[in-house]
Design a binder for this molecule. Structure first.
Ligand SMILES: NC(=O)c1ccc[n+]([C@@H]2O[C@H](COP(=O)([O-])OP(=O)(O)OC[C@H]3O[C@@H](n4cnc5c(N)ncnc54)[C@H](OP(=O)(O)O)[C@@H]3O)[C@@H](O)[C@H]2O)c1
Length: 247
């Protein structure tokens, strides 16, 4: 089977980061498939993107939590995409969520189980083509070390990051490339209302440019240099010191 050249499927396409990444690929001439829960909203975005970039766009209903529906979701796509980007994620409210079993499951499944399974299904299909293909999974620096502020979300992102790492190794001899993206702070709906430190905060547009550039260079992990340095320090602190810090 042959993947249609130059098409990108975006899972969780209503995310601000996803939209900026989709626009970046559209600017480079890729056709875009937008997938998410609110297809009415995505329809409007797709029309706008088609007009702005003179590309083909399609919209597809996708729920990361509907694991049983993932095969059928990919079956229904107009073509096998050459690149699949997964931006699905949910930060939640750590203090409230850890006291609610349904919320615990929702955070773990939205950040780990659902995206991991969807990308597993995608990987089999992309690897079966005879083309160069890629999977881009968006994790988080929160997965680098468990912190009191967000360890439920962080643990799920850590699991997702390790899943992608294993998938990358599995497909390393094939034409399917797997890239992990680890954002620090990006000013989006997810971080709205937070007091973000300017020098460590990116815009979705700037971040998206770097992600696409990193994929062009076949990077395995995209991690902003400032965050790599900061998290390098945090992850190397001995546990006994780390637990007393305010990180
Ligand atoms: N912004 C940051 O500082 C930051 C930092 C680290 C990591 N990240 C990660 O970057 C990614 C994009 O985040 P963002 O900042 O752009 O936030 P966002 O705008 O809140 O995007 C999250 C997206 O996930 C989608 N989603 C949630 N549950 C879903 C489900 N069950 N099925 C399908 N889609 C679902 C949401 O869809 P709906 O529109 O339908 O709700 C939304 O479009 C996320 O994975 C996030 O964890 C962001």
């Amino acid at each position: 089977m042959s993947a249609q050249k130059k098409s990108v499927l975006v899972l969780g396409a209503r995310s601000d980061i996803a939209r900026a990444i989709a626009a970046e690929f559209a600017r480079k001439g890729y056709n875009i498939m937008l997938a998410g829960r609110d297809t009415g909203w995505l329809d409007r975005d797709a029309s706008d993107m088609s007009l702005r970039f003179q590309i083909e766009t399609t919209v597809h209903k996708f729920d990361a939590l509907d694991l049983d529906g993932h095969e059928a979701f990919f079956d229904a796509l107009p073509t096998v995409p050459s690149i699949v980007v997964c931006a699905v994620g949910l930060l939640g409210d750590q203090e409230a969520d850890v006291q609610d079993p349904a919320a615990v499951r929702r955070i773990i499944d939205t950040n780990f189980t659902g995206p991991a399974h969807a990308l597993e299904v995608a990987a089999r299909r992309l690897a079966a083509t005879e083309d160069d293909t890629a999977i881009v999974g968006i994790g988080s620096v929160a997965g680098d070390r468990g912190r009191a502020k967000n360890y439920l979300y962080g643990a799920a992102k850590a699991g997702f990051g390790e899943y992608l790492s294993g998938m990358r190794q599995k497909y390393v001899q094939s034409r399917l490339h797997v890239m992990t993206v680890k954002p620090g702070f990006v000013a989006t709906a997810m971080t709205e209302g937070m007091d973000l430190p300017g020098p460590l905060t990116s815009t979705p547009e700037k971040f998206a440019k770097n992600v696409v550039r990193a994929l062009d260079k076949r990077r395995m992990v995209y991690y902003d240099l400032r965050w790599r340095v900061l998290m390098g320090v945090i992850t190397h602190l001995p546990e006994r010191i780390f637990v007393r810090t305010k990180f």
